[in-house]
Design a protein. Structure first.
Length: 430
């Protein structure tokens, strides 16, 4: 893949990164609001139980299993910015439909599930394009800093989002939070349209079938011990984390007796750990090394999750917030380090397929976790299910402790697929 200046003349790449950053921060804030608002709509407006809430979570992530692998090959063939624009536009329309239908008195659980699934499919393509597009806008040596900024803004948005969702629910009803999510995607579209850096279309062998290109990504991951380890760990961890978080609103409202506003405050406190994780990721990498820092972050996050579901009443709310803070700190710092590693390590021309190959499994595990959380929440109780999921999260760290990462101080250097030169990225800098 190569990039060249837009024929009309584009703004400097630093300005383009700022536009991308602003747009993604806004849409992340909206998604943070919507992530609380959508299950609140199900629980408060439609009187749904844990199973329905778990199904909503599963529906949002199911597209990774259904279209994740071919999406990676398609994204590698296409320019990334247009893909991202289409995806954000689809999300705007989908989430705007929920409050409109609700105000007409026709909202159903089926509509919520369809909306979550459609937006989830758009998210698959957006995520694959977005991760491949970032190295086009940002110089290689600045990727860690750029990822830290993006993750830091995401964490800040996740702090503000739940509280804002709770306030909107109290003042205007739960569906108002979903409307805010739609508006945030519209703002992201405007910002992305203003980005001036353009890519040239990657030359591909038109005779190669989609199945062959998907196979390239799968083989690359299967033969690489580091990517293979991260994929297995992420899949197990995501089952646990999503089984835990998919029913946390039911736990807070019904087991701990929290109102909508309290739910927002508690989740905001829990999310604030991610902001500290983003700020500390660079220092962790410098002091301990990137690989060792990653292992330390996961070793911190896993046991903290056990604290969340063991309290009761007001003390339980405090404990839940503290547990979420520690878990978020470790996970966000870990994600920054591993995201930067993948962007350095994976060949640019195969990045979409490699990411899709890993994401199809580790993101594909998320609907399983959401469904499992809902089913077990109904069967054995919400609190008991959350404790079980926290134990699974703790056990997932064993995969890392037995992996090739354990003796390393820093992540390994970039590699290329056998027999294929890595394409060169050229960046327009103004």
């Amino acid at each position: 893949m190569t990039t060249t200046p837009d024929v009309r003349g584009g703004p400097p790449a630093t300005r383009d990164f700022r536009l991308l950053w602003i747009g993604e921060t806004t849409s992340t804030l909206g998604s943070s609001v919507g992530g609380v608002a959508l299950p609140l709509v199900a629980v408060v407006t439609l009187h749904a139980g844990p199973l329905t809430v778990g199904l909503l979570t599963a529906a949002a992530w199911l597209p990774w299993l259904l279209v994740g692998l071919p999406a990676g090959a398609w994204v590698d063939r296409m320019q990334k910015r247009p893909v991202m624009l289409v995806c954000n536009t689809v999300s705007t329309v989908v989430f705007a439909s929920v409050p409109i239908v609700a105000w007409l008195g026709a909202l159903t659980t089926t509509h919520l599930l369809v909306a979550a699934t459609t937006a989830g499919a758009a998210k698959v393509f957006f995520t694959l394009a977005y991760r491949a597009y970032l190295p086009v806008l940002v110089e290689r040596e600045r990727l860690l800093n750029a990822n830290a900024k993006l993750q830091g803004s995401e964490s800040a948005a996740q702090i503000a989002g739940p509280g804002l969702a709770g306030l909107l629910a109290q003042w205007f009803g739960a569906v108002s939070g979903v409307l805010a999510d739609a508006v945030s995607f519209a703002i992201a579209v405007v910002c992305l349209r203003s980005v001036g850096t353009r890519e040239t279309r990657r030359e591909t062998d038109a005779k190669r079938r989609l199945r062959a290109e998907i196979g390239d990504g799968l083989r690359f991951v299967a033969h690489d011990p580091y990517l293979r380890t991260l994929t297995a760990f992420s899949a197990m961890s995501n089952i646990a984390l999503m089984g835990y978080s998919s029913i946390q609103i039911v736990f807070l409202t019904r087991d701990l007796g929290a109102g909508a506003g309290q739910v927002g405050v508690v989740l905001a406190v829990a999310s604030s750990g991610g902001l500290f994780g983003a700020a500390l990721s660079g220092r962790m990498a410098t002091r301990f090394g990137t690989a060792r820092g990653f292992l330390l972050c996961e070793a911190l996050a896993a046991p903290m999750a056990l604290l969340g579901p063991i309290g009761t009443g007001g003390a339980g709310l405090v404990l839940f917030g503290a547990a979420g803070f520690g878990t978020g700190l470790g996970i966000v710092a870990s994600n920054i380090l591993t995201s930067t590693f993948r962007q350095h390590y994976c060949p640019a021309g195969m990045f979409g397929r490699i990411t899709a190959s890993t994401s199809a499994l580790n993101y594909g595990a998320i609907p399983l976790g959401g469904l499992l959380g809902g089913l077990l929440g109904d069967a054995i109780g919400v609190r008991e299910t959350m404790i079980l999921m926290a134990v699974i999260q703790l056990l997932s760290v064993a995969i890392l402790l037995l992996s090739p990462f354990r003796p390393l101080r820093d992540f390994p250097t970039p590699r290329r697929p056998a027999g294929r030169p890595e394409p060169v990225l050229h960046r327009y800098t103004g």
